[in-house]
Structure formats: structure tokens, C-alpha cells
Design a protein around this ligand. Structure first.
Ligand code: 6CS
Ligand code: FE
Length: 303
């Protein structure tokens, strides 16, 4: 397989084809459900529609999280994990950066990823049944936890995984406090209304490099400056158990963490069962199933 020169005719969001970056409009709804369909109020839904995220300081109680926190400790100290395919090591050190597919390999985290309260919100935002496209822990250890450069998740999921439409939502659960200092998630509110096509063809097996440090599929400086000017930048912070839902196309990233305190989050990506992947739009082989689900689309159970 190799990257074609032109986008396919079914590609509604071409990226990484042109030599110039450009910003275009979103062609999909942001909110697919209504206030009657779940726990979010009409004003929550309006906020998410406008801003592309929603944060909750106490959506999950400490007792609901304790077993997941214990797992985090255990996984961090497990040297075997670092050698598994699902683990991503920080560039330039032996520190753990991410573990993927935790909902497949860990019973405690599987239960948390499918938590009825989280699934109900995802179903309401996406308008119907959902499954998990990706899950991961991002450790961002103290002192040497590296940044995640600015990106739209959808850009990668579309180009490299073949996700057709913007009908996905990420959920980030704080497993340590997220403070202004330890590299919390930063979001450009409202940036999900625009689509930034990136420059540079996708290399074969790109994920092996991009999950450590992303160079292809990153927006250019001019597009980022324009978006930051229009949208501003916010960084939701909060205690253990704080939860942020963010739209798949919202521009986001995070700084490195030189504080002693780790910033560890569990990320779960929910996709609509009506938006399952097709062949990747970059023309290359799909990424492995532990990064992007393409086998099991069974909907999360309703409690
Ligand atoms: O490539 C991916 O799927 C992942 N990479 C980033 C930087 N964010 C989302 C996702 O986990
Ligand atoms: Fe991301």
C-alpha cells in the first residue's frame, strides 16, 4: 500500500494531500441527541455544541475510582507492560508514556470505561448506541513527562483509521490531580467548527513514531495562530475523578510536565455504531486493533 496523490471521492475531510495547509468548515453536527435522551441538560448540550467540551469536577466518586487507581499503581510498576505492543515509551527515556486498549486487557479499567454514567453521556452526545474506538492511559510522569503537540484527534482517526464522520467523543478521567502546572489538557474552545487539513504524507507504520511524538498530522503554525486568536485556550483542571468530555475535532494538546507530580489520565474514545471505520483515507494499511477498533462494534450495555 502507498499513499495516493488525490483524496478518494468519499473523503469529506481530506488531509495530508496538499503541500499547503488550509482551514475549512465542519460538515457534521456536533450534538446528535437532545436533552430528553440522557443526563445532560439543554444548556450542557448548548455549551458542548458551542465550545466542543464539557467538564465535571465530580462526575465519579472516589470510591468508584479507587480500584482503578490501584490498577494504575500496579501497571506503573510492572516492567513487563513496558515491553508489550500496547505500551508507548517516552522519547529519549524508558519512562512509560501511554498504555493502549486498557479496556481489553484489564477488568477493572474495562468496567470504568463502560461506566453507565459515562456511556449515557456519550450516547446522548452522539445520538444512539456507542462502542469504544480506543482507550488508553496517558501517564505523563513527573519531571520528564513529555507534551502532546496540538492536534485534532479526528484528523488522525479519519486519515489513518478510516473513520468517516465527526461523530465521536473522548472522555478524559483524572487519575491524579490535574493542575495548571503539571501539563493538563489544553483546548481551543470552538475550534471543532473548523477543520485544519495538514501537510505531509503519512509514512508507513506512522503510529510507532507519532504516539511518542507527532510530526505528521500536526497543524501548521499559521492555522494554529489563527485558531488561538479566534478561540482562545482553556485548560480544565480538577481533582482525581474530574472528567472532561471533548469533541473529536476540537484542537487540543498539553505541555510537558516538569513538576514532581504525575498527571495521569484515562482516556476513552466513544464512537457511534453508525460511524464505523472504512479503509483508511491515507491509502495505507489500518493501524492495529489495539489503537483503533475495527473488529468489535458491539454497543456498550445500558445499565
Ligand atoms: O493517534 C491517536 O489515535 C492518538 N494520538 C493522539 C496524539 N491523540 C489521540 C490518540 O490517542
Ligand atoms: Fe488527542
Amino acid at each position: 500500500a502507498r499513499t495516493p496523490d488525490k483524496p478518494r471521492t468519499d473523503d469529506r475531510y481530506p488531509s495530508r494531500f496538499d503541500t499547503r495547509a488550509h482551514v475549512s468548515n465542519r460538515h457534521d453536527p456536533v450534538v446528535y441527541g437532545s436533552a430528553d435522551d440522557g443526563p445532560l441538560s439543554a444548556s450542557d448540550l448548548r455549551f458542548y455544541d458551542d465550545n466542543g467540551y464539557l467538564s465535571f469536577d465530580a462526575l465519579l466518586q472516589p470510591d468508584e475510582l479507587q480500584s482503578a487507581l490501584d490498577e494504575l499503581q500496579r501497571l506503573r510498576n510492572d516492567e513487563e507492560i513496558k515491553d508489550s505492543d500496547e505500551a508507548v515509551i517516552e522519547p529519549g527515556s524508558r519512562e512509560l508514556r501511554s498504555i493502549f486498549a486498557v479496556h481489553r486487557h484489564n477488568a477493572v479499567l474495562r468496567r470504568l470505561c463502560a461506566h453507565p454514567r459515562l456511556a449515557a453521556i456519550a450516547r446522548q452526545l452522539l445520538g444512539g448506541e456507542v462502542y469504544i474506538h480506543q482507550s488508553r492511559i496517558n501517564y505523563k510522569g513527573g519531571f520528564r513527562g513529555k507534551e502532546f503537540y496540538w492536534h485534532s484527534d479526528f484528523e488522525t482517526w479519519h486519515v489513518e483509521d478510516g473513520i468517516p464522520a465527526m461523530r465521536m467523543v473522548s472522555c478524559s478521567i483524572s487519575l491524579t490531580p490535574n493542575t495548571p502546572n503539571n501539563g493538563p489538557l489544553m483546548i481551543m474552545p470552538g475550534s471543532h467548527h473548523r477543520y485544519v487539513a495538514c501537510v505531509g504524507a503519512t509514512p508507513e507504520n506512522h503510529y510507532k513514531a507519532s504516539l511518542k511524538q507527532q510530526d505528521v498530522g500536526v497543524p501548521d503554525d499559521a492555522s494554529l495562530s489563527a485558531l488561538a486568536e479566534q478561540c482562545g485556550i482553556i485548560a480544565p483542571t480538577g481533582p482525581v475523578g474530574a472528567v472532561t468530555f471533548f469533541e473529536c475535532n476540537v484542537m487540543h494538546g498539553s505541555n510537558s510536565n516538569i513538576t514532581p507530580a504525575p498527571r495521569s489520565n484515562l482516556f476513552i474514545v466513544y464512537n457511534s455504531v453508525d460511524n464505523t471505520p472504512v479503509e483508511p483515507f491515507c491509502g495505507l494499511a489500518p493501524r492495529p486493533n489495539f489503537i483503533a477498533e475495527r473488529v468489535d462494534f458491539s454497543p456498550l450495555g445500558r445499565a
